[in-house]
Write a new protein. Structure first.
Length: 267
């Protein structure tokens, strides 16, 4: 009798175990199905969203802001040449993932969505440190002395460097200044011009080694430029005091210790 009862108990235990296993398996199957359904719904919404964005957000109007030297047309044309996507949302995403390259002196651009079919391109321009006249054109260089752009026109607020000779100039390479030591002085002067918020028309290197800055009817003789930081730091005040006058300011003997400045009016 005991053996029979034990066998019955074992059968009941096995049945219950199989029942539980079946229930667990069914729960897992339902869970898998619910997850698949959830992901299917998500994918469906994503596809619908992409379709709607594609249909509704085609770019029809482009506005440009922040340009100083480049025209709006030049910026728009450059944007359209760099893997352009004619959709406001997708173009903004593309610019975030891989910034759009436009013009040599543009640091970056920001795409702003202003409507379903309109965007604004916000431009952040780099300053042109200076330019040189070469082969009948103007070559503009940045604060590190790299030639980045060739133009037919001369921009008034960018200083022209004269009095030096150059080997063959290659775009995106440093200016090949022949005279040793002059390259560093060019970069230092153009940096200090920006730092001190000066407007200089021309930076002239004379044969005797003197450096002359020209602003309208005023010339500033810096000598050989051994103390450029001290000399250019006081220039804003000098230009203000001599506004409307013409002549030459001699600062060739000006240093931090010896503050000698003379002015001769133009005859």
């Amino acid at each position: 009798m005991k053996n029979t009862e034990n066998q019955k108990d074992e059968k009941i235990i096995q049945f219950e175990r199989k029942k539980r296993q079946k229930e667990t398996s069914e729960k897992r199957t339902k869970k898998r199905l619910s997850l698949k359904q959830f992901f299917a719904i998500i994918i469906a919404f994503v596809i619908m969203g992409i379709v709607l964005i594609t249909l509704l957000c085609r770019i029809k109007t482009i506005k440009v802001e922040g340009t100083q030297y480049y025209s709006d047309k030049e910026i728009v044309s450059a944007v359209k040449e760099d893997f352009y996507i004619p959709n406001s949302v997708f173009l903004k995403l593309r610019n975030k993932i891989k910034p759009i390259e436009t013009m040599p002196f543009v640091e970056n651009i920001d795409i702003r969505i202003t409507g379903l079919n309109s965007i604004t391109i916000r431009v952040n321009e780099n300053l042109r440190a200076g330019c040189i006249s070469y082969a009948g054109k103007y070559v503009y260089f940045d604060k590190d002395g790299y030639a980045l752009e060739v133009m037919n026109k001369r921009l008034k607020d960018v200083p022209l460097v004269t009095g030096l000779s150059y080997d063959n100039i290659t775009i995106y390479e440093k200016l090949p200044v022949k005279k040793k030591g002059y390259f560093s002085k060019i970069i230092r002067i153009t940096t200090l011009i920006t730092t001190n918020e000066l407007t200089i028309n021309e930076i002239q290197f004379k044969e005797d080694g003197d450096i002359v800055l020209k602003k309208d009817d005023l010339n500033v003789n810096l000598g050989t430029g051994d103390d450029l930081d001290a000399q250019l730091s006081v220039l804003p005040g000098i230009f203000e005091s001599l506004e409307g006058k013409s002549g030459t300011v001699y600062m060739d003997q000006y240093t931090k210790e010896s503050k000698i400045i003379t002015f001769r009016t133009k005859k």
